[in-house]
Design a protein around this ligand. Structure first.
Ligand code: GDP
Ligand code: IMO
Ligand code: MG
Length: 473
């Protein structure tokens, strides 16, 4: 398969790269697999044969859209399993930008089937707009988009409630995206006043249900916030339009996915948000309302975790956060502003400036641990070019005690002092570099340090927003 010379060269190159650090067991394993079997040319072939799950390991916006777009080339099916239109996933192809909120990022590839599974909360206005905007760019979804009949529906009153609640909280607001996510998931958990996509196919049942919901919501809004009346007839009329536009896409996606897997198709699960925004394992209450980590994949799709061969975590080479909540490595100063401007760190969904700070290895190690992460994709390495020195949080000091385990408890997080490792930066523009070996030595050392501190190998490095601005190792 390989000549001895090739294997030897590969071995020497990889060992040299790792000699500076002290790789964890998983890195040795990865190194061994790389030496024995695969390298850049084989990378896509490897992904075409497996089921994988790609999730963010920070507070969202890590660059999941770009990574999913790249890996979707070799996947038959791409699945969104959680979150809703709070997500904003950017894909840049040949300088053209796509910002996706509900459609999986694989949808820009005409040959990829797209599933919006049961765990997603769907704003039909937003979804129809997205389908139309892709159609205007000659990307059709007919016959390849499958929407779960069990996914829940975000209606106008959910967005209204999200806004009223945030307003009423004043300084203690969460800083949500106002996309109605929390109220819709709350209705799902509460069961009595929830609308599912499958209800679009039962108009009379839906009409009656909406009457009941409007009565409840009006009493609730009046008592709690004031605000506009919920008009059941007006919502029902809109639902009839949604049913007409989306009806052909609605199926049992659990059955669809299991059928696909049983005939050997490769399925890629695309996470939204990030593990630190996970409802159960993130920085509660400053989280989203779904299990945004890979732990949500099984419940949100009906496909058990054991059918997924590889879990990839996406991180930025620094950290960002939108909305309120603790952020130990935040640089609310010139450094943060510099990162924001260099990285164009403004929200894809809300346009809000993102809070910026140093890479937090304590947080990422925790996210990787709960997510069963095998490998990392690290985006935005290019953004750090030109910074004289870089810091990485390698431990926290809380109440005088040092720990390397991330406490998701917000009270503890608010008392964290970060213990940093400082590394030298690099000046060279790396956006045109396509191989790891060509990166400046300090950039390679920075990558190696993150691998060492997180215990995860980094197999994809982003050096710009474009699909091609990527280093595959
Ligand atoms: P997602 O929510 O995780 O999909 O991330 P977003 O799309 O919300 O935000 C990531 C932003 O970074 C988008 O504007 C991407 O186009 C951009 N991006 C992704 N990877 C890179 C990279 O390696 N370098 C640079 N400069 N931009 C990137
Ligand atoms: P992607 O998929 C970054 C944040 C909001 C807010 C908190 C709760 O693009 O990475 P919500 O509207 O979900 O109730 O808001 O979660 N948030 C995100 N931050 N990226 C996202 O998605 C986010 N989705 C929600 O800013 O702090
Ligand atoms: Mg985003």
């Amino acid at each position: 398969m390989f000549s001895c010379g090739m294997l030897m060269a590969r071995f020497v190159g990889l060992v040299r790269l790792y000699a500076s650090g002290c790789p964890a067991y998983s890195q040795y394993l990865w190194l061994f697999k790389r030496i024995m079997f695969l390298r850049r040319d084989d990378f896509s072939a490897e992904w075409s044969k497996m089921n994988s799950c790609i999730t963010g390991l920070q507070w969202g916006d890590e660059g999941k859209g770009k990574v999913v777009d790249i890996l979707a080339e070799k996947s038959d099916v791409v699945v969104r399993y959680a979150g809703g239109a709070n997500a904003g996933h950017t894909v840049v192809i040949g300088g053209h930008k796509f910002a996706l909120h509900l459609l999986p990022s694989g949808s820009v590839r005409q040959d990829t089937a797209c599933v919006i599974a049961n765990g997603v909360v769907i704003d039909p206005d937003c979804l129809i707009q997205e389908i139309d905007s892709l159609r205007h760019r000659d990307i059709g979804l007919e016959g390849r988009l499958f929407i779960s009949e069990n996914a829940h529906v975000v209606l106008d009153y959910h967005k209204q409630e999200d806004q009223l609640r945030e307003q009423s909280l004043g300084n203690s607001k969460l800083g949500t995206t106002i996309r109605g996510i929390g109220p819709c998931y709350a209705d799902k958990i509460g069961r009595s006043y929830a609308v599912r996509v499958g209800d679009f196919k039962e108009p009379e049942y839906l009409r009656q249900k909406l009457q009941k919901i409007a009565k409840f919501k009006n009493n609730y809004f009046k008592a709690m916030y004031g605000g506009d009346e919920v008009d059941a007839d007006a919502i029902f009329s809109k639902c009839l339009i949604y049913a007409e536009r989306l009806g052909n896409f609605i199926v049992d996606t659990t059955e669809h996915l299991h059928n696909a897997i049983s005939v050997g198709k490769s399925v890629l699960f695309e996470g939204a948000q990030g593990a630190l925004l996970d409802l159960d394992h993130g920085t509660f209450p400053y989280v989203t309302s779904s299990n945004a980590s890979s732990l949500g994949m099984a419940a949100g799709s009906g496909v058990p975790a054991k059918l997924v061969d590889k879990y990839m975590g996406v991180v930025k080479s620094y950290t960002t956060r939108v909305g309120e909540g603790p952020f130990p490595t935040e640089q609310d100063n010139e450094i943060g502003s510099e990162i924001r401007e260099r990285g164009n760190e403004y929200g894809t969904t809300t346009g809000r400036p993102r809070r910026c700070g140093w890479f937090d290895a304590v947080a990422v190690k925790y996210s990787a641990l709960i997510g069963g992460i095998d490998e990392l994709a690290m985006m935005h390495l290019d953004t750090l070019s030109g910074m004289s020195e870089l810091k990485i949080a390698k431990a926290y000091r809380i109440d005088g005690k040092e720990t390397a385990f991330f406490p998701s408890n917000c009270a503890k997080l608010s008392r964290v002092e970060c213990v940093y490792e400082t590394l030298p930066g690099w000046d060279d523009d790396v956006s045109c570099i396509r191989t790891f070996e060509q990166l400046p030595a300090n950039a390679r050392a920075y990558v190696a340090k993150i691998e060492e501190l997180t215990g995860c190998p980094i197999s994809i490095i982003g050096v710009g927003p474009g699909r091609e601005q990527t280093i595959i190792r």
